[in-house]
Design a protein around this ligand. Structure first.
Ligand code: NAP
Length: 489
């Protein structure tokens, strides 16, 4: 009955950073939820990525939940393995583990308009019902393999970075690395000097921002445990916050002073760090800084000059059983081939088949591009909420902060269901179309649309991101505008 408080059943899809967050928040309220996770372990991105050099380029003390600082970080920038440990620690501490159903990959989700109930089907054949679905299934988890002739003929191990093969020859071996995004760059820093030869196939050079890196000592960790204000002093350090602000302002004001400061700092880094003029020119970017994700690195320029590393900038003709043939005929003989070629960023909850009210299909709704009202809700898909869904903020900052802010917004919409004011909540089609039209127009003017290729662009070449300032995002997340929503009894 409308206007009577309801106990809702929540299904959270994915036990990564965002799914654990949603679980903690619902548990705090004493609500009934289940987290469905396709794998046998939590952690999402940090479970799947184990490549050498994996480090989060957001300072460790800023890459935590705001309510759960951690004294144990090994270094200013932490390794992926330690971040995985952090999420396991948090899930234990907040007693989330018993609510996770591992090995439950959602293959379909169907909304019944009459009962306002979602039915989920899993790969193992089971089904479950929920009043609310929280899709926290992550963004970059479908590896994109390069479309290069002969890839399947390579006789050694060839694998994507998110499927790292621990048995592949690396130490003392001849390794090829295709791809020069944040992942490829980190792998260069880890393999330089440990291999016989690393051929880094670079299609586009990168902008590299120098950043400090240093380990924390036992004494420092003890001090963090004693006094959390010391952690806050790092997380909310003015210089760090200032750099984030510069970056986020620069994304939208691409000819302004902030972006110039970023470009100048990176170019000076290139000038000062690379000794060989030929290598310097190979590494000089030919598009605007931050158009692709900016590289934050304390050691890439040092490691790329190691004698074991060769940066190959020629075009790849084909892959042959023994190595990679370039368009100019050069042949690189290799034992192992690593594909740091990124992810399909347009998948989100898919390949699950999602069917909303009246049989509307998510694939149809996203036929042109993945889209959502303020990146979280969609007309035709009542009571379905996304964390880190399509068109949210992207760049060089913590996605944990994004998810926490999105949760504040979603939680207020959930209040409409909890209170019984509505049985169904979804954005009004006109409000959403108005938002999306404004978003697309603004997105085209951001740095991501300034003329480079990246996973930030959708299939139409439009940046698939929040196109306004971070402050505007933070402000928008404080309160949903209820008049933009259909609140059906
Ligand atoms: P990515 O940024 O999409 O980079 C893919 C790379 O592969 C690009 O250099 C691309 O070249 C190259 N490539 C693709 N197909 C190719 C082909 N056929 N031939 C030659 N080169 C090809 O992927 P990623 O490096 O895995 O990073 C993805 C995202 O993960 C990052 O942007 C970031 O959001 C996240 N990440 C974060 C961290 C962190 O520290 N926080 C670390 C790693 C990853 P073009 O540039 O020429 O297209």
């Amino acid at each position: 009955m409308a206007n009577e408080p309801r106990k809702l059943r929540y299904a959270i899809i994915g036990a990564g950073m965002a799914g654990i967050l949603a679980g903690i928040k619902l548990k705090e309220r004493g609500e009934a939820f289940t987290i469905y996770e396709k794998a046998a372990k939590l952690g999402g991105t940090w479970r799947e990525n184990r490549y050498p050099g994996l480090t989060c380029d957001v300072p460790a003390h800023a890459y935590t939940y705001s309510f759960e600082p951690w004294a144990e970080w090994d270094a200013y920038y932490s390794t992926g393995a330690q971040i995985q440990t952090y999420f396991e620690h948090v899930a234990d501490k907040y007693e989330i583990m018993p609510s996770i159903r591992f090995g439950h990959e959602v293959t379909a989700a169907v909304f019944d308009d009459d009962t306002a109930v979602w039915t989920l089907t899993f790969g193992n054949g089971e089904t479950a019902e929920a009043d609310v679905v929280i899709a926290a299934s992550g963004v970059l988890h479908h590896p994109r393999l390069p479309d290069i002739a002969g890839l399947d003929t390579f006789k050694g191990p060839a694998f994507h970075t998110a499927r790292w093969d621990d048995t592949a020859p690396i130490a003392g071996a001849r390794v090829g690395l295709i791809g020069c995004g944040s992942t490829g760059i980190q792998i260069v820093t880890a393999l330089a000097g440990k291999v016989d030869k690393l051929v880094h196939f670079q299609r586009s050079p990168q902008w590299v921002m120098p950043v400090p890196q240093f380990p924390y000592t036992d004494d420092e960790r003890a001090a963090f445990r004693q006094d959390p204000a010391l952690i806050d002093a790092i997380r909310y350090n003015e210089e760090y916050i200032g750099a984030i602000k510069r970056f986020t302002d620069g994304i939208t004001d691409i000819d302004g002073p902030q972006m110039k400061m970023i470009e100048d700092a990176c170019l000076q880094n290139l000038e000062n760090s690379i000794r060989d003029p030929e290598l310097k020119e190979k590494l000089r970017p030919n598009y605007r800084a931050a158009c692709k994700r900016l590289i934050y690195s304390w050691n890439y320029y040092e490691q790329v000059q190691d004698p074991t590393v060769y940066v190959e900038t020629g075009g790849i003709e084909r892959i042959e059983p023994a190595g990679v043939r370039m368009k100019d005929g050069t042949f690189h003989e290799l034992d192992t081939l690593v594909l740091a070629t990124g992810f399909r960023a347009d998948r989100f909850i898919r390949p699950a088949v999602v069917t909303g009210a009246g049989g509307v299909s998510l694939d149809d709704f996203w036929a042109v591009r993945p889209r959502a009202h303020y990146a979280m809700t969609m007309p035709g898909f009542p009571n379905l909420f996304m964390l880190n869904g399509p068109t949210g903020p992207v760049g060089n900052f913590s996605l944990i902060d994004i998810a926490e802010r999105q949760w504040e917004y979603i939680d207020q919409l959930l209040d409409q269901l909890r209170s019984g004011a509505a049985r169904k909540v979804e954005p009004r089609a006109e409000a959403f179309e108005d938002y999306e039209t404004r978003r697309i127009a603004a997105a085209k003017t951001t740095i991501f649309g300034s003329g480079c290729n990246s996973w930030y662009l959708d299939g139409e070449g439009v940046p698939a991101s929040w196109p306004w300032s971070y402050d505007a995002f933070a402000e928008a997340m404080t309160k949903p505008v209820l008049s933009e929503f259909e609140l059906a009894a």
